[in-house]
Design a protein around this ligand. Structure first.
Ligand code: ADP
Ligand code: GN1
Ligand code: MG
Length: 365
């Protein structure tokens, strides 16, 4: 089916006048669609859902429609603008939330949020502060969301111990004959084997609470208002599931407090920016509005380190398995990404005391 026809399956207004690839997500294929009716233009985000990653699209979309309608109500109650502060699913004309083509590929449409921007790197600490507050606020808004209504879209998504086991399997299988080229990286992980389950063990013992979390809190999953500079809308809701707040905190640090890009090849450029780290701690605590327990606060640095380690493990696993999960744009892309993550972990270890001191400073406020 032609792209135009596919788009017209959705309740969009007007005729399609422009389609172009959009964003830097690693999972879905995203396009910006522009339509026009009587001289009036409208924009939409059109996505092909990655069905290798999200096997049960009905459950995925049920989560998303449930969360977005819940958030819209909360935002309305607070006097906000639900069209800009929450994602809006544009349904298929038959009322469904997504379209499944005859070849099994699945598509969805969102209203494009205008006058807002997603950053791939922090250039102004204020933006990172805003993203922190937005992710904290997102969690606070969903605090009373009935978690039993959420499907687990990717089982054990942030179970670091299971991610470690998956890496061990990939090493044993050595599907592409790449193991011998990454011995240093494997050794880096093995040296930290004992740390993998620290947070999930605390969860099991009831020492950390299970919350409704976003689970993919990178900077380019939050939109910043171009006019006000405020955090506007949290996007990419595919992995909203019960999880750990410290991992949401950690994933943002992993991405936004790195002085280098996630796929930087010059590892000398990789380090933890403590100023950005501090700004994020401050914004996240403000957004969470005092809801984090003492234990969660104490574990924030561990969340940052383990999420970075876990992400590196996932990139390495995918590299060994033949790059089947994350979208790659060059040879060894996943390996480059893995190396930046491990370099960042090493720098966090060097700055460990400082990371704790900064959290303490804001705990006492
Ligand atoms: P992925 O899961 O592949 O990361 P995302 O849902 O995060 O996909 O979308 C990829 C990019 O598309 C985002 O980083 C953002 O730049 C842009 N985007 C997604 N949804 C919207 C929206 N509703 N309005 C404007 N831009 C959006
Ligand atoms: C993926 O979809 P995107 O690009 O926002 C991944 C995250 C990783 C991230 C690494 C569903 O996020 O878990 O942390 O890449 N999403 C999924 O950049 O696996
Ligand atoms: Mg994304």
């Amino acid at each position: 089916m032609k792209k135009q026809e596919l788009i017209q399956k959705f309740a969009v207004e007007g005729n399609v006048v422009n389609i172009r690839e959009y964003g830097n997500g690693h999972i879905n294929r995203t396009e910006l669609v522009e339509t026009e009716q009587d001289g009036r233009k409208k924009r939409y985000i059109f996505q092909q859902i990655n069905t290798d990653v999200f096997k049960d699209v009905d459950s995925l979309m049920e989560n998303i429609t449930g969360i977005t309608s819940y958030l819209r109500k909360c935002i309305e109650r607070q006097g906000g603008d639900p069209d800009r502060e929450a994602l809006q699913v544009i349904p298929v004309r038959d009322g469904r939330s997504y379209y499944r083509a005859s070849d099994g590929s699945c598509y969805r449409m969102y209203l494009f949020i205008t006058d807002a921007v997603c950053y791939d790197a922090v250039s102004r600490p204020e933006d990172f502060y805003e993203s922190a507050q937005a992710f904290g606020n997102f969690q606070a808004l969903l605090a009373d969301y009935p978690a039993d209504r959420l499907h687990e879209t990717i089982p054990d998504f942030h179970h670091t111990g299971k991610r470690f086991e998956a890496l061990c399997r990939a090493v044993r299988e050595d599907a592409c004959g790449r193991v011998s080229t990454v011995e240093n990286e494997i050794a880096f992980v093995m040296a930290r084997e004992g740390e993998m389950t620290v947070l999930t063990d605390l969860l099991e013992k009831g020492e950390l609470p299970l919350r409704v979390t976003h689970n993919d809190t990178k900077l380019n999953n939050v939109m910043i208002d171009c006019q006000t500079g405020k955090g506007l809308c949290v996007i990419d809701l595919d992995t909203v599931m019960p999880g750990l707040s410290v991992y949401d905190f950690g994933d943002s640090i992993r991405f936004g407090a790195n002085t280098a890009a996630e796929d930087e090849t010059d590892l000398k450029k990789v380090s933890l920016d403590l100023e950005h780290y501090e700004v994020f701690v401050k914004g996240y605590l403000k957004g969470c509005r005092g809801s984090l327990t003492k234990k969660e606060l104490a574990m924030l640095p561990v969340g940052a380190k383990l999420m970075t380690l876990e992400c590196g493990i996932r990139f390495l696993t995918d590299y060994l398995s033949g790059d089947t999960y994350f979208r790659v744009h060059r040879e060894r892309h996943n390996l480059d990404r893995c190396r930046t993550q491990f370099a960042l972990v090493a720098d966090m270890e060097r700055k460990w005391e400082k990371m704790h001191e900064i959290v303490k400073k804001y705990m006492e406020k």
